[in-house]
Design a protein around this ligand. Structure first.
Ligand code: FAD
Length: 283
C-alpha cells in the first residue's frame, strides 16, 4: 500500500526507528518494533545512514519485518549523496523483492570522511530517478525553520517545491519545538503552491545530552519555555524527562487541534517513550 493514501482517512501517527548500532544486539530492534506494534502506528519509517548500513539488520530487512511480521506499513529512508545510479537501482530491486513500496527520498548529510559520489546532488535528483525506474510512493523531508545549508527559508521552500513537483507525494518535517514555526511554515508552503500532506516531526526531550546533540546537528531552535525547563531541571534527569514528555504531548495535541496532517514521532528506538506519548494523545 502507498503511504500517501492514508492521509485521506485521518490525521496520521507514524514512528521512526533506526537500525541497531554495531554495539547493540540485533534482536533489540525487533523487540523494539514488537513493542511499537501495540501502539497502532499508521506506518514506521526506518532510517539509513548516508555513509552506508552497518553490519546487522539493514533498513530493507527491518522494513520487511515491519510489513511481514507486524503487518504495518513501512517506509525505507534512502539518502543519495553517496550512491551511484547503479547502487540505487540495486536498492530499488531489493525493496521491490521485499514488497517495500514506500521510500523517503533524501540527499543525506555530508560526511567529511566520505567523498560524495557525483550521480545525485539533491533529493530532487533521486526523486526524479526513482520515478523513472520504479513504482514507489515517495516522501521527502522538509524543514519548518529552513534547512541549515539554505540561505533563507524562502529559498529552501522554493527548492522544496522542486521535490514535490518531481514526485514527492507527502512530506515529513524535521523536528521542531515551536509549533508557531510549523504553522508559519505551513502557510508559506501553501502560498508557494505546495499542497501535499505534511507530517510534523516531534522528538521528545528525554535528556540534556540528547537534545543538545540533536539541536546542534539539525539547527532546531529552543523556545524560551523549553529552555527554562531545561535550565530548571539541569541536575535532575528524571524531572527533565518528565517535563520533556509533557512538552511533546502538549505540542502534539496542539498540532492535532490545528489540523496537522500527521505526527511523525522520532522514537529514538525507545518504545517506552513512544508508549507514554501514544497513550497520552489517544483519542
Ligand atoms: P535536499 O532536499 O536535497 O536539500 C539539501 C539542501 O540543498 C537544502 O539546503 C536545500 O535548500 C538545498 N537544495 C535542494 N535542492 C537544490 C537545488 N536544486 N539547487 C541548490 N540547492 C538545493 N539523513 C540520513 O542520512 N539518513 C536518514 O535516514 C535520514 N532521515 C531523515 C528523516 C527526516 C524526516 C528528515 C527531516 C531528515 C532526515 N535525514 C536523514 C537528514 C537529511 O539527510 C539531511 O537533513 C540532509 O542534510 C538534507 O536532506 P534533504 O533530503 O532534505 O536534502
Amino acid at each position: 500500500m502507498k503511504a500517501v493514501t492514508l492521509f485521506k482517512k485521518k490525521q496520521l501517527l507514524s514512528f521512526e526507528v533506526f537500525p541497531p548500532k554495531p554495539d547493540v544486539p540485533i534482536d533489540r530492534i525487533y523487540q523494539t518494533l514488537d513493542a511499537l506494534k501495540n501502539l497502532n502506528p499508521d506506518f514506521i519509517s526506518v532510517t539509513y545512514g548516508a555513509g552506508g548500513s552497518v553490519p546487522g539488520a539493514s533498513t530493507a530487512e527491518i522494513c520487511a519485518y515491519i510489513q511481514d511480521k507486524l503487518q504495518i506499513l513501512s517506509i525505507a529512508h534512502l539518502p543519495c549523496i553517496n550512491e551511484t545510479k547503479e547502487s540505487v537501482l540495486e536498492k530499488l530491486h531489493v525493496f521491490q523483492e521485499k514488497g517495500i513500496e514506500n521510500i523517503l527520498a533524501l540527499r543525506g548529510d555530508r560526511n567529511p570522511a566520505v567523498l560524495p559520489k557525483d550521480d545525485f546532488h539533491y533529493a530532487s535528483d533521486l526523486i526524479r530517478f526513482i520515478q523513472e525506474n520504479g513504482d514507489f510512493d515517495l516522501a521527502a523531508a522538509c524543514y519548518p525553520e529552513g534547512h541549515p545549508e539554505a540561505p533563507d527559508l524562502e529559498t529552501d521552500i522554493r527548492l522544496l517545491k522542486e521535490k514535490t513537483e518531481a514526485g514527492a507525494s507527502h512530506l515529513i518535517s524535521q523536528l521542531f519545538y515551536s509549533n508557531k514555526d510549523f504553522y508559519l511554515f505551513r502557510e508559506k508552503i501553501a502560498a508557494a503552491g505546495i499542497s501535499v500532506p505534511v507530517e510534523a516531526g516531534i522528538m521528545p526531550v528525554t535528556s540534556k545530552k540528547s537534545i543538545e546533540r540533536m539541536v546542534s546537528l539539525c539547527g532546531a531552535s529552543i523556545p524560551n519555555r523549553l529552555a527554562k525547563l531545561m535550565a530548571r531541571y539541569a541536575d535532575d534527569p528524571a524531572s527533565l524527562k518528565a517535563a520533556g514528555l509533557e512538552y511533546a504531548i502538549e505540542q502534539i495535541l496542539d498540532l492535532r487541534e490545528n489540523g496537522a496532517d500527521g505526527i511523525h514521532l522520532y522514537t529514538m528506538n525507545n518504545p517506552d517513550v513512544a508508549r507514554y506519548i501514544a497513550e497520552a494523545i489517544a483519542e
